[in-house]
Design a binder for this molecule. Structure first.
Ligand code: ATP
Ligand code: ZN
Length: 222
């Protein structure tokens, strides 16, 4: 893609739980995308913006680096990124109310749970080690956090850790793996983020226009 300083670059998830609602939001805001599902980027036909389809984990980095002026990402991924990078150049401009889920701590179904102190000296597997570490600190508990990039719910069976902290919307996956949710660690929803790096005047103006269109869509959905 040509890097055009006067066009906006918007990062959304290529494939996953955020993809459909992200595309829908842009569409409802009146943006018509040129390419289909499998492209890495799409030009917007009727607005000076290009869409970049990426892994959700890369979205905060792209926006903080200013490679993309806007992005849509889960609050959980953004929070983990923030805790890992000090003060990244990114701000939340709108909570979107979609992709709601909770990062929950789960214990073996058969175990006695007597509150966070039951975690003292234990191991906890998660894809969000910094959010979990902060929560443990708030609870005044010392435990070992083991980072896994996926299939966290298998950690107990693989004897990696008896406890896990994972995203849950219904609890069915936990149950299927002999686990029970015992504490809410972080409540998440999708958020629209914007870079706080300096951008061209033209891009800034387009960004304001985009934001007011999106806010219009969100208001009618409330
Ligand atoms: P990628 O391939 O882009 O890295 P991924 O597998 O990491 O994708 P998804 O499973 O698509 O990510 O989840 C993306 C985001 O959707 C999560 O970070 C979270 O904000 C939200 N999410 C995850 N699980 C649920 C759920 N069960 N219900 C609702 N939203 C969820
Ligand atoms: Zn991901």
């Amino acid at each position: 893609m040509l890097v055009d300083a006067d066009r906006l670059h918007i990062a959304i998830q290529k494939n996953g739980r955020l993809s459909d609602t992200s595309r829908e939001l842009l569409k409802d805001a009146g943006l018509r995308l040129q390419n289909g599902r499998n492209a890495l980027t799409a030009r917007v036909e009727n607005f000076p913006a290009d869409i970049m389809f990426v892994r959700d984990d890369d979205i905060p980095t792209f926006v903080a680096d200013g490679v993309c002026e806007f992005g849509i990402v889960g609050g959980n991924v953004l929070e983990e990124f923030r805790l890992s990078s000090g003060e990244p150049a990114v701000e939340v401009v709108a909570p979107l109310g979609t992709a709601r889920c909770s990062l929950k701590l789960a214990a073996p179904e058969a175990s006695a749970w007597e509150g966070p102190q039951s975690l003292e000296g234990q191991r906890i597997a998660t894809s969000y080690p910094r959010i979990v570490a902060r929560w443990l600190e708030e609870q005044g508990v010392t435990a070992t956090v083991v980072k896994m990039n996926g299939a966290v719910e298998l950690a107990p069976r693989l004897r990696i850790a008896p406890f896990i902290c994972d995203l849950v919307s219904t609890g069915a996956t936990l149950e299927a793996n002999g686990l029970k949710a015992v504490a809410d660690v972080y409540d998440s929803e999708a958020v629209l983020i914007r870079t706080t790096r300096p951008i061209s005047d033209a891009a800034r103006a387009q960004g304001e226009a985009l934001l007011s269109r999106i806010q219009g869509v969100l208001t009618t959905k409330d």
